[in-house]
Write a protein that binds this ligand. Structure first.
Ligand code: PMP
Length: 387
């Protein structure tokens, strides 16, 4: 039996979503660009899906553009907005703890004549709003700050950042992938202009994402072709996946309050037990402003990779950081931005809960964690020196 506690890396598609997708693989297979009735059936689910996703974030259906996933949505938001609006300025602000895709897009913008500023965070990973305000100049056109961090789970003061951007007449993009389905998001309340969403992060199919584009916000397309998605993302729409994301959005809207309450109970049980049973262990991220499904620790004298392998032997799947950059030996840029030393950043463990977890998963983890840490510390010359 496997115990899966790494929902931030990947989620299983909900069976109800699979059931909702199946008719669009064979029976209702039309192309929404076709004008006949078979095409109309595809158009119907395409537009209904925009509606369901819009309803879930306080947006209108015409403000939703389908993409191939979060990475593409981030590219479309940052590159599409910056190139379209470069006559207004060439300065873009991001936070130091953004997802690797945002950092690499920022590098690309830099190579293309844009100036990038990175705003620091405090020791808990909260973006320093006063530093953000200081970075803004009359050349700033766009600010991008993730809604919540995908590694340490810290939730940002999004409405404050949105209000600041609105006051300064700067567009505000947020990558909401880590927060979607876990926090209620309202693009109007928070003055969000562009928002990245991913289908799999709400238990929908992989290979599909969305970008919310507020009415009146102008962006350039990155993919040119037949003019689908209001000309902003050409290519025949992936209707089965879009039907799946519709179902996933409807389910999450109904079940989020109950589901997140359960995650929070499990999360708090994990945090309380680990901090009380394991000496010299610390919680990364914010003690309260954190995602309900995220527990992230560091352990003195223990290396994250060895932790992960020890859990693997016990058939428990956990993570040491973002799966998107886990194959590099570099410590997580997010943990370094908190002010941690390299060796501290390497001794981290990320646990993320999800829809199909039961208390037995939590208990399986807690039953072995203290012993695993103790054993690894016995093997660590570094730890022995310190005690
Ligand atoms: N943004 C965030 C916050 C993420 O966690 C991820 C990875 N799940 C991405 C963007 C990129 O997602 P994808 O690899 O599915 O395009």
């Amino acid at each position: 039996m496997n115990f899966y506690l790494d929902y931030q890396s990947s989620k299983p598609v909900d069976q109800r979503v699979i059931d909702a997708m199946l008719p669009y693989q064979h029976d209702t297979f039309g192309n929404p660009s076709s004008l006949h009735a078979v095409g109309d059936d595809a158009t119907e689910v395409l537009e209904a899906s925009r509606g369901a996703i819009g309803a879930f974030i306080g947006a209108e259906k015409d403000e939703i553009i389908f993409t191939s996933g979060a990475t593409e949505s981030n590219n479309l938001a940052l590159i599409g907005y910056s190139f379209r609006n470069r006559d207004k300025g060439n300065h873009v602000v991001i936070a130091e703890i953004e997802h690797i895709s945002i950092h690499n897009i920022a590098k690309y913008l830099e190579k293309n004549g844009f100036v990038i500023s990175k705003v620091p965070v405090d020791q808990f990973g909260v973006v320093k709003i006063e530093k953000l305000a200081e970075r803004i100049t009359d050349k700033t056109i766009l600010v991008s700050v993730g809604y919540a961090n995908n590694e340490i789970g810290t939730v940002q003061n999004i409405s404050q950042i949105g209000a600041l951007c609105r006051e300064k007449n700067i567009a505000f993009h947020t990558d909401a992938v880590a927060a979607e389905g876990l926090l209620s998001i309202d693009t109007n309340k928070d003055n969000i202009d562009l928002m990245t969403l991913s289908s799999n992060d709400i238990y929908g199919p992989k290979g599909l994402g969305a970008l919310y584009v507020r009415k009146g916000i102008r962006i350039n397309p990155l993919i040119i072709g037949g003019g689908q998605e209001r000309g902003l993302r050409s290519g025949t729409e992936n209707i089965p996946a879009i039907a799946g994301m519709k179902k996933a959005a409807e389910i999450i809207q109904n079940e989020m309050p109950e589901e997140t309450k359960r995650f929070q109970q499990y999360r708090d049980k994990i945090i309380n037990e680990v901090l009380s049973k394991v000496p010299r262990c610390y919680l990364n991220g914010h003690p309260t402003k954190r995602l309900p499904n995220n527990a992230h620790f560091r352990f003195d004298g223990v290396e994250g990779e060895s932790l992960l392998l020890s859990f693997k032997e016990k058939k428990i799947a956990v993570s040491t950081g973002s799966a998107c950059s886990s194959k590099t030996l570099e410590p997580s840029h997010t943990l370094i931005a908190l002010g941690l030393l390299h060796e501290e950043a390497h001794g981290s463990l990320e646990i993320t809960l999800g829809r199909f977890n039961q208390e037995a998963d939590v208990d399986a983890l807690l039953a072995v964690l203290p012993e695993i840490v103790k054993r690894l510390r016995r093997l660590s010359p570094l730890y022995k020196e310190e005690v």
